[in-house]
Design a protein around this ligand. Structure first.
Ligand code: LLP
Length: 441
């Protein structure tokens, strides 16, 4: 097992997270269960914030990309660590505001923000909106005018950097539903357009080159290209951006095929970016922009695990052994969507040697409902507790009620103690919004 800061094996041979015995967590809260280590989350938030403070004179903001994991408690943690947040829907914005998160420190994204979402954002005076279409600029201008203020915005641009990751999560190519490409002049055109709006205050640019990326050079190149573009806009249009948001995307460890970075190593990514930004800005004679970054996965990914109970085991001799769990694609759709790889552990027998390779299948009525394929495990038995590691990002946030299964609850562990941050659903929750029209009664 790849021993990580947040995980240990205790004397009983049980997996521990943040000092809590996972077998006890499974018996107290039931399974499936998302478990988050609060210290790890805070440590990651601090690493980014301190690096900006120390290496960029504090002229920056870390925005936690809450699409990775959104619930009221995580916004509280982000707030107490001095972070801002990035939201991508009315729902994330509502959750943040209900948690008491200051709207002025919220940055709103989305390639197709709805009028009602933008209205909600302006009514609450969110700090920044990242403009992703001309239509959106029109809507923001109108809404801000009606409210007698100027909305601060960034423009999302595509610097044309390809990040080495799964094709579905590359977002900064010219062929992307997000943003305005630099290459075909769209980024320049939208800059002129937004500058012509009376009720919009253009602060600068945003770019996000993809997710689960380990190549420092991809980030550096993207930042350099955006600054080249900023310089071009200053020369051509007399517009000097004062804010640069370089998005998120730092990779995390899922299996030993991935580099295992320590929280501190992520500071190195940011330092490389900061150096590139300082050098490029100096080269062009630009003043240093306020720097924003939007890490999501690297803050919560490795902080979270999911606990399941093993149920049916199906051995097809010479073909494959399926170990079925009480969860599946409804709590973690990432294998089904991206063939993502995970490390799995028998949490109640964590020090036992792995003797076979199995496929971990879910309980949905769908053959593709798998969590991990061909992974090493000790001989699993019904009733064993199975832990899937690095499920803190894009698991709960992508969960569904498919097959009318429950989205599992989540607990937050601090000093060995666990508390709910998302309560379990009930059958009643599943039918809460259902209606039977009279003619069917
Ligand atoms: N900022 C923007 C504008 C983004 O689109 C994203 C992620 C982030 C920040 C945060 O990126 P991170 O640091 O988490 O890599 N569902 C996929 C991931 C989609 C990422 C979408 N955007 C997955 O499960 O791998």
């Amino acid at each position: 097992m790849n021993e990580r800061e947040t995980l240990k094996i205790n004397k009983s041979g049980h997996l521990e997270i943040g000092g809590a015995d996972t077998v006890e967590l499974a018996s107290r809260f039931g399974t499936p269960l998302y478990v988050f280590d609060e210290d790890y989350i805070r440590k990651m938030m601090r690493i980014y914030r301190r690096t900006l403070d120390d290496k960029y004179s504090g002229n920056g903001t870390v925005l936690y990309a809450s699409k990775a994991f959104s619930c009221m408690a995580i916004y509280k943690i982000a707030q107490s660590e001095g972070l801002g947040v990035d939201v991508v829907s009315g729902g994330e914005l509502y959750t943040a505001i209900k948690a008491g998160f200051p709207a002025s420190k919220i940055c709103m994204h989305g390639n197709n923000k709805l009028i009602k979402e933008l209205t909600f954002a302006l009514d609450n005076r969110v700090g920044l909106i990242v403009v992703d279409s001309c239509r959106e600029a029109d809507i923001i201008d109108k809404l801000a005018g009606e409210r007698n203020f100027k909305q601060n915005v960034l423009i999302r641009i595509n610097p044309g950097v390809e990040a080495h990751t799964h094709a579905y999560i590359q977002t900064a190519r010219t062929d992307s539903k997000f943003g305005f490409a630099v290459a075909d002049g769209a980024a320049e055109d939208i800059t002129k357009y937004v500058l012509s709006k009376n009720n919009i205050n253009l602060r600068g640019y945003h770019c996000h080159i993809g997710s689960q990326i380990f190549e420092k050079q991809s980030f550096v190149l993207a930042a350099q290209k955006v600054i080249d573009f900023m310089s071009e806009m200053k020369t051509k249009l007399g517009f000097e951006a004062d804010t640069l948001n370089i998005g998120g995307g730092f990779g995390v460890w899922y299996t030993d095929e991935d580099p295992k970075l320590k929280p501190e190593d992520y500071s190195g990514y940011l330092c490389a970016l900061i150096d590139a930004i300082k050098n490029k800005s100096a080269e062009h004679g630009l003043r240093l922009p306020h720097l924003m970054l939007e890490p999501g996965r690297s803050i919560v990914g490795e902080a979270g695990i999911t606990l399941y109970t093993v149920g049916a085991i199906k051995d097809i001799p010479g073909i494959r052994k399926y170990v079925a769990i009480d969860g599946g694609m409804f709590d973690n759709p990432r294998y089904a969507l991206y063939q993502s790889k995970y490390t799995v552990i028998l949490a109640n027998r964590a020090s036992e040697e792995c003797t076979e390779k199995v496929s971990v299948s879910g309980k949905c009525c769908e053959s593709g409902d798998l969590i991990a394929v061909g992974v090493p495990l000790p001989r699993a038995e019904s009733g064993d507790i199975l832990a899937v590691l690095t499920t803190g990002a894009y698991n709960y946030s992508m969960a569904s009620n498919y097959n009318r299964n429950f989205v599992p609850p989540a607990v937050l562990v601090k000093d060995g103690k666990a508390e709910y941050i998302v309560r379990p659903q009930t059958y009643e929750d599943l039918i809460r919004n259902d209606e039977i029209p009279d003619r069917l009664k």
